[in-house]
Structure formats: structure tokens, C-alpha cells
Design a protein around this ligand. Structure first.
Ligand code: HEM
Length: 88
């Protein structure tokens, strides 16, 4: 996916809860590499992020009806590449 486009999607739809790769609602479930390895269903991959963004999970809303598949693929690329870079 397009990481640059994904960054804009992230800032508009995700940053309210996940600014800087953190999680304001469930503080341990961050978007950091180790947390994605430990908690994300399916493990740390773009595909797993896409599934969670599409369907939501507990207090995280589903974006399947609000974002296109392309937008979701791009934001997943941004999340995985940012996790690998340590959310610098
Ligand atoms: C968890 C991504 C929007 C609240 C997660 C996780 C990812 C993610 C990858 C798994 C983290 C982990 O298990 O360590 C995104 C993306 C978003 C988005 C890409 C935008 C498209 C939001 C918003 C909220 C939110 C707007 C708050 C209203 C949460 C919560 C969890 C979570 C509460 C923990 C879910 C659980 O396991 O119970 N998010 N998120 N997210 N997110 Fe989001």
C-alpha cells in the first residue's frame, strides 16, 4: 500500500485514539511492534491490521463501512512501517 496516503488516513481516523502509535483507551494495546506481535489477532502483518480496521474490536470501531478497501490497505501499510520504524 501507499504509506504516504495511509498517513493521511491515520491522522484523520485513528490518531484520536492512537497518536504516536499509542492507545488512549487500552494503554497496553499500542501499535508498537512488540504489542502487535503480542495482541493483534493474526500477528503483526498488514493483513491482520486490515482485518481489525475493517471489523473493529471491542471499543475500537469498525471502519469497513466508512473507508474504502484501498484506504484500509494504505493505513495498514502506514501502521506496519511505522511500527517497524519505532513510531519516530
Ligand atoms: C487496537 C489500528 C482507530 C481504539 C488497535 C490495533 C490496531 C489498531 C492495529 C491492535 C493493537 C494491539 O492489539 O496492540 C487502528 C487504525 C485505526 C484505529 C489503523 C484507524 C483506521 C481507532 C479508534 C479508536 C481505537 C478511532 C478509539 C475510538 C482501539 C482500541 C484497541 C485498538 C480500544 C484495543 C482493542 C482490543 O483489543 O480490545 N487499533 N485503530 N482505534 N484500537 Fe484502533
Amino acid at each position: 500500500g501507499d504509506v504516504g496516503a495511509g498517513e493521511q488516513i491515520f491522522n484523520a481516523n485513528c490518531a484520536a485514539c492512537h497518536a504516536g502509535g499509542q492507545n488512549v483507551i487500552m494503554p497496553e494495546k499500542t501499535l508498537e511492534k512488540e504489542a502487535l506481535d503480542q495482541y493483534l489477532s493474526g500477528g503483526r502483518s498488514e493483513k491482520s491490521v486490515m482485518t481489525q480496521v475493517t471489523n473493529g474490536k471491542n471499543a475500537m470501531p469498525a471502519f469497513g463501512g466508512r473507508l474504502s478497501e484501498e484506504d484500509i490497505a494504505n493505513v495498514a501499510s502506514y501502521v506496519i512501517s511505522s511500527a517497524e520504524a519505532g513510531w519516530e
